[in-house]
Design a protein around this ligand. Structure first.
Ligand SMILES: NCCC[C@H](NC(=O)CCC(=O)O)C(=O)O
Length: 447
């Protein structure tokens, strides 16, 4: 049996914009209200997917969500035709309106937490969409994320889908951005590291003072229970509250792991030594803990360049590549660090840079853009084949973007009533291309 780690990248949606919605996410706040390019954002994403497919990885595509979210606006009391709802909301509650327009589902690392079959009690791959309760605009995502995932992994023999956790800050869950799986080979039972920002039911525990901790310990534990992970397959570790206060809003902004490697910043965690020992003991083999000291790269530079929001992918046994944003290449210190890293004696042998600036300006690097799903060949066979990237699908999606996406979108353009129609037309066609069925509210006559 063969095993793969498949990366499902989020396709950027037609309303991609910079609205400054994420308090605690430095890039989101500093680029608030600047003009975006949905078309180049979608194409940058597709280029990255294609490049990873070309180096021999299995690459998938995860569809974006319907925005503006007219249903959320109706729930909030705006009524009338769709157009009237948009006009009233934009006029009377512009900030809420902007939140309902965000294309934030593009960051699929926050779509769900996934546990591969080798780790779970019933031998199925488990999916739990993230509830993303901490940010209103992101809390609109889990229902549709769940439907899209069910349409992609639609075989009950292999895949088990859970409802997202209760929509409450006590169970704030941000999905795979705070979850890393370690293993010897993708097919062997692994150890899943859950990194959380605070304890919701124990106020005596440390917590950040300035910015919110989006993931709770209790949420991480609930996911491990739902997925049927044995004690031997899970480790829980608290994020350092001081780095959350410096703009590290998810663990994947300060650490990335793959197989037997954890690449992380010295300040990433709170008391990591016992957790690392537990991880190695449960894994039954030594890990490569690659620690980047503050003296080499400051937390501020890590946040600015997204050195850790990189993908660490295995090209062949013992040979990993770091997929980094071009911001790392443009920063002399970070570039020098990466150059010496690939020369030192670790499984990380190469670095490749990708331009994902449209996403970076909202605080989303290469790692935010992908959801990892480790699958064996039988499971891969059971995945909806239309969501796996091929040369044909790549060409088809580029044509689709050219046809439907705007070159530029300013925040004031979000009130254009045509944008809703354009988005729905685009998504309707996309569900046919990806063979997803009716996953969007407008296709289901919701409300
Ligand atoms: N994993 C990366 C997630 C980035 C995302 N940014 C945003 O939603 C910013 C949207 C805006 O400001 O328009 C977030 O903070 O959750």
């Amino acid at each position: 049996m063969q095993h793969f780690e498949v990366n499902f990248d989020g396709l950027v949606g037609p309303t991609h914009n910079y609205a400054g919605l994420s308090f605690g996410n430095v890039a989101s706040l500093s680029n608030a209200k600047s003009a975006s390019s949905p078309k180049s954002a979608a194409k940058q994403g597709l280029q990255k997917m294609k490049a990873l497919q070309e180096i021999g990885l299995v690459q998938g595509v995860l569809a974006p969500q319907e925005r503006p979210d007219i249903y959320a606006l109706r729930r909030l009391g705006f009524s009338g035709s769709d157009q009237v709802v948009l006009e009233k909301a934009a006029k009377e509650a512009p900030a809420i309106f902007r939140a309902c327009c965000s294309a934030s589902s593009m960051w699929t690392a926050n779509a769900a937490t996934v546990s591969p079959s080798a780790d779970t009690r019933n031998g199925k791959v488990h999916f739990t969409p993230a509830n993303l309760t901490n940010k209103f605009h992101r809390s609109l995502e889990p229902e549709t994320s769940g439907r899209i995932l069910r349409a992609m992994f639609a075989n009950e023999r292999f895949f088990e889908h859970h409802q997202h956790l209760p929509d409450n800050e006590h169970f704030g869950d941000e999905g795979a951005a705070n979850h890393t799986r370690f293993c010897s080979d993708y097919g062997n039972a692994g150890v899943e590291l859950f990194v959380y920002g605070r304890h919701a039911f124990d106020s005596s525990k440390p917590a950040p003072q300035i910015y919110p901790a989006r993931q709770t310990f209790e949420a991480s534990q609930a996911i491990a229970r739902l997925h049927g992970l044995a004690d031997d397959n899970a480790v829980f570790l608290q994020q350092n509250p001081a780095v959350i206060d410096q703009g590290v809003f998810h663990n994947d902004v300060i650490a990335v792991g793959n197989q037997n490697v954890l690449f992380y910043h010295e300040q990433a965690f709170l008391n990591e030594a016992p957790a690392f020992a537990e991880l190695e003991a449960k894994l039954g083999q030594p890990m490569h803990f690659i620690k980047v000291p503050s003296a080499a790269v400051s937390v501020e530079d890590a946040v600015r360049t997204y050195l850790f929001n990189t993908q660490l992918v295995t090209l062949k046994p013992g040979h990993m590549v770091i997929i980094a944003p071009t911001e790392c290449e443009e920063h002399a210190g970070v570039k020098a660090y990466l150059e010496q890293l690939v020369q030192s004696n670790t499984p990380i042998k190469e670095v490749r840079y990708f331009d994902v600036k449209q996403s970076m300006r909202n605080g989303g690097g290469p790692a935010c853009l992908r959801l990892r799903v480790a699958l064996n060949d039988q499971e891969l066979e059971a995945v909806n084949p239309n969501v796996i990237l091929t040369d044909h699908l790549f060409a088809r999606l580029n044509q689709w973007v050219d046809k439907h996406y705007r070159d530029e979108l300013a925040v004031r353009d979000l009130i254009d009533p045509n944008l809703l129609d354009e988005s729905r037309t685009a998504l309707d066609e996309l569900t046919q291309i990806l063979n997803l069925g009716s996953v969007y509210p407008f296709q289901r006559n919701a409300l």
